[in-house]
Design a protein around this ligand. Structure first.
Ligand SMILES: [Zn+2]
Length: 109
């Protein structure tokens, strides 16, 4: 069941125009919260960060390029010790309820 965004009238799934007020029933209406999701996966991002976080791979994936480059450089300068940063970052990504990519879109689980 979907509802008209203008008057709240109940609409059939296949209905494109509200019969009560005449407003076009938008496709976005079907989405539960109307928020645009990232095409990327939080799980993939977190796992990449846990295994390859020292190279910032997960952060490259999510589009946070500056952070990814920082992780890569710090790992090189500390001969790998700071790779722990990427590892912890990956755990935080996986543990977070909502993790957003560089465009601010919520990533899928
Ligand atoms: Zn309406």
């Amino acid at each position: 069941m979907k509802y008209c965004v203008h008057c709240g009238n109940e609409l059939q799934e296949q209905q494109v125009v509200c019969l009560k007020c005449g407003a076009a029933a938008s496709q976005k209406n079907d989405k539960f919260d109307g928020e645009e999701y990232s095409t990327k996966s939080k799980l993939a991002c977190g796992l990449l960060q846990i295994f390859l976080g020292g190279f910032g791979v997960g952060r490259f994936y999510s589009g946070h390029t500056n952070l990814a480059v920082a992780q890569l450089l710090v790992t090189i300068f500390t001969c790998g010790i700071a790779g722990l940063w990427g590892f912890i970052d990956g755990i935080i990504i996986l543990a977070s309820d909502e993790f957003r990519d560089a465009q601010g879109k919520k990533m899928r689980d």
